[in-house]
Design a protein. Structure first.
Lengths: 109, 113
């Protein structure tokens, strides 16, 4: 069974304090790994797609990396506006996504 | 602007009633999806549709029904058979094919009176 586990469940950072979020997975055949950002009361916003081990993608203060067993979302010098829940999802057969439970990030000024 | 519109934003249901949640997209996407999100949990797939007039059950389809008569629209009916319908419902759409990101609406929050 395909599984996605995100850690930590919650993370509090001071503004400017860099850190990483983890998404570990077990899947029979990885087709793609997606990162989303979700603000309270809103739908998830697409951030990145990673296709193969070793791949990296960046957007502003965010950098996503992928290995054969896990993905990391690195946040460099975060700002309070980066506070959100970050979701990781695997694409499995039939274009279906299996989501992790998310990491709730709070960045204090 | 292109996007996905879900309505209403808040919906209240009495016991024994069916309710229908609307989802419309103008992104020319072929595939559409319905998810349920409960507090502190990830998204769980209810139904999805890759093309018009065709749809498949997701992981938690019991107590729900859908239709896909138009490419732009994918309404979800929460029936009285769904015993715990209170949740945040999210609709998404994407192009068909591998590694196509799904784009989401802003959800409908359903509560039982």
């Amino acid at each position: 069974e395909d599984q996605v586990t995100q850690s930590p469940e919650a993370l509090r950072l001071q503004e400017g304090e860099s850190s990483s979020l983890n998404c570990s997975y077990t899947v029979s055949g990885l087709r793609g790994l997606f990162w989303y950002r979700q603000d309270p009361g809103k739908g998830p916003e697409f951030l990145f797609t990673l296709y193969s081990a070793g791949e990296e993608k960046e957007k502003e203060r965010l950098k996503a990396t992928l290995t054969k067993k896990e993905s990391f979302l690195h946040i460099t010098a975060p700002k309070p506006e980066d506070s959100a829940t970050y979701l990781c999802a695997l694409e499995t057969s039939g274009s279906r996504l299996t989501f992790g439970e998310g990491t709730q990030l709070t960045v204090n000024p | 602007d292109g996007g996905i519109t879900q309505s209403p934003k808040y919906l209240f249901r009495k016991e024994g009633q069916n309710v229908t949640l609307s989802c419309e997209q103008n992104l020319n996407h072929d595939a559409m999806y319905w998810y349920r999100q409960d507090p502190g949990q990830g998204l769980r797939l209810i139904y999805y549709s890759q093309i018009v007039n065709d749809f498949q059950k997701g992981d938690i389809a019991e107590g729900y029904s859908v239709s896909r008569e138009k490419k732009e629209s994918f309404p979800l009916t929460v029936t009285s058979a769904q015993k715990n319908p209170t949740a945040f419902y999210l609709c998404a759409s994407s192009f068909r094919g591998r590694n196509q990101p799904q784009h989401f609406g802003d959800g409908t929050r359903l509560s039982i009176l």
